[in-house]
Write a protein of this length. Structure first.
Length: 90
Protein backbone atom coordinates (compact mmCIF):
# COMPACT_ATOMS: atom_id res chain seq x y z
CA UNK A 1 0.00 0.00 0.00
CA UNK A 2 1.17 3.50 -0.63
CA UNK A 3 1.63 5.95 2.22
CA UNK A 4 -1.48 7.80 1.05
CA UNK A 5 -3.56 4.61 0.93
CA UNK A 6 -2.57 3.75 4.48
CA UNK A 7 -3.36 7.27 5.67
CA UNK A 8 -6.72 7.45 3.89
CA UNK A 9 -7.83 3.88 4.70
CA UNK A 10 -6.47 3.25 8.18
CA UNK A 11 -9.63 1.35 9.16
CA UNK A 12 -9.06 -1.04 6.26
CA UNK A 13 -5.42 -1.47 7.32
CA UNK A 14 -6.53 -2.45 10.83
CA UNK A 15 -9.05 -4.93 9.42
CA UNK A 16 -6.32 -6.57 7.31
CA UNK A 17 -4.04 -6.73 10.34
CA UNK A 18 -6.75 -8.40 12.41
CA UNK A 19 -6.96 -11.08 9.72
CA UNK A 20 -3.22 -11.67 10.05
CA UNK A 21 -2.07 -9.75 6.96
CA UNK A 22 1.24 -7.97 6.80
CA UNK A 23 1.16 -4.49 5.22
CA UNK A 24 4.11 -3.12 3.25
CA UNK A 25 4.00 0.67 3.11
CA UNK A 26 5.60 2.23 0.06
CA UNK A 27 6.74 5.73 -0.80
CA UNK A 28 7.73 6.40 -4.41
CA UNK A 29 7.32 2.68 -5.11
CA UNK A 30 9.93 1.77 -2.50
CA UNK A 31 9.12 -0.04 0.76
CA UNK A 32 9.57 2.19 3.80
CA UNK A 33 7.78 0.19 6.49
CA UNK A 34 6.16 -3.12 7.28
CA UNK A 35 3.16 -3.23 9.59
CA UNK A 36 2.30 -6.64 11.01
CA UNK A 37 0.03 -7.89 13.76
CA UNK A 38 1.68 -8.37 17.15
CA UNK A 39 2.89 -11.84 17.99
CA UNK A 40 0.94 -13.21 20.90
CA UNK A 41 2.40 -15.32 23.66
CA UNK A 42 1.20 -18.77 22.74
CA UNK A 43 -1.66 -20.31 20.80
CA UNK A 44 -4.88 -18.69 19.69
CA UNK A 45 -8.11 -20.05 21.12
CA UNK A 46 -8.90 -21.60 17.72
CA UNK A 47 -5.58 -23.48 17.73
CA UNK A 48 -6.17 -24.61 21.31
CA UNK A 49 -9.63 -25.93 20.49
CA UNK A 50 -8.32 -27.77 17.41
CA UNK A 51 -5.56 -29.38 19.49
CA UNK A 52 -8.04 -30.42 22.19
CA UNK A 53 -10.38 -31.93 19.60
CA UNK A 54 -7.51 -33.83 17.96
CA UNK A 55 -6.40 -35.15 21.37
CA UNK A 56 -9.95 -36.23 22.18
CA UNK A 57 -10.18 -38.07 18.86
CA UNK A 58 -6.83 -39.77 19.51
CA UNK A 59 -7.92 -40.89 23.00
CA UNK A 60 -11.40 -41.92 21.91
CA UNK A 61 -13.00 -39.99 24.77
CA UNK A 62 -13.06 -36.46 26.16
CA UNK A 63 -10.52 -35.83 28.92
CA UNK A 64 -12.10 -34.74 32.18
CA UNK A 65 -10.34 -32.13 34.33
CA UNK A 66 -9.67 -33.07 37.91
CA UNK A 67 -12.08 -31.73 40.55
CA UNK A 68 -9.73 -28.92 41.60
CA UNK A 69 -9.31 -27.52 38.08
CA UNK A 70 -12.09 -24.89 38.35
CA UNK A 71 -10.76 -23.80 41.73
CA UNK A 72 -7.23 -23.42 40.31
CA UNK A 73 -8.49 -21.38 37.34
CA UNK A 74 -10.51 -19.08 39.60
CA UNK A 75 -7.51 -18.59 41.91
CA UNK A 76 -5.37 -17.57 38.91
CA UNK A 77 -8.03 -15.09 37.76
CA UNK A 78 -8.40 -13.63 41.25
CA UNK A 79 -4.63 -13.24 41.60
CA UNK A 80 -4.47 -11.02 38.51
CA UNK A 81 -7.42 -8.63 38.78
CA UNK A 82 -5.28 -5.50 38.47
CA UNK A 83 -4.38 -4.15 35.00
CA UNK A 84 -1.11 -5.51 33.61
CA UNK A 85 0.17 -2.04 32.76
CA UNK A 86 -0.70 1.12 30.91
CA UNK A 87 -1.39 0.82 27.22
CA UNK A 88 1.15 2.27 24.82
CA UNK A 89 -1.04 5.30 24.11
CA UNK A 90 -1.64 6.22 27.78
Amino acid sequence: MTEAEVTNNFGAVLEKLQLGAEIVVERDQRPVAIIRPPQGPGRSIDESIALAEAYEEKLGFAPVPDPDFATDVQAAIDAHREPLGPTSWD
